[in-house]
Design a protein around this ligand. Structure first.
Ligand code: CO
Length: 137
């Protein structure tokens, strides 16, 4: 876990088109993927600059926890995601270490990845995602 590279930083947004335009047209990021992640109730769009991947999340429903988290803001930092080789082993290790898990079982994330979230109450207030890649990016 300590050695895990940062996979992406996710930002929940109100206006996906406007935020995508900001990141690609103005800031110079390249679009990588864009898809509905039904499991998480969002449309996710990944953009990359160098090694940095930012994932923009648009809630599919404005009456959802992630939309309430963003509130009236145009955007809000939502989570940091770290890449692991064996997500089940890492979840078991963290659970044994007393970390509260949101996902006891890994689930499908954006870009074909398998993901699981740790509870922010156990991570100093920042939502952390573990992310196991299934395809090279
Ligand atoms: Co993520």
């Amino acid at each position: 876990m300590i050695d895990a590279p940062l996979d992406h930083v996710a930002i929940v947004v109100r206006d996906l088109e406007a935020t995508l335009e900001l990141y690609t047209q103005t800031l110079g990021f390249s679009p990588v993927y864009r898809e509905i992640v039904a499991d998480q109730g969002v449309e996710a769009a990944g953009v990359r600059s160098g090694d940095a991947v930012i994932e923009l999340l648009r809630p599919l429903c404005e009456d959802s926890p992630i939309a309430r988290f963003r509130g009236d803001a145009a955007t809000r930092l939502h989570h940091t995601a770290y890449r692991v080789d064996d997500i089940r082993a890492e979840l078991a290790r963290l659970k044994a270490a007393g970390v509260r898990l949101i996902d006891e079982e890994p689930r499908r994330g954006a870009h074909g990845n398998t993901v699981a979230f740790l509870h922010p109450k156990s991570t100093g207030g920042v939502l952390i995602e573990l992310c196991q890649r299934s395809s090279p990016r």
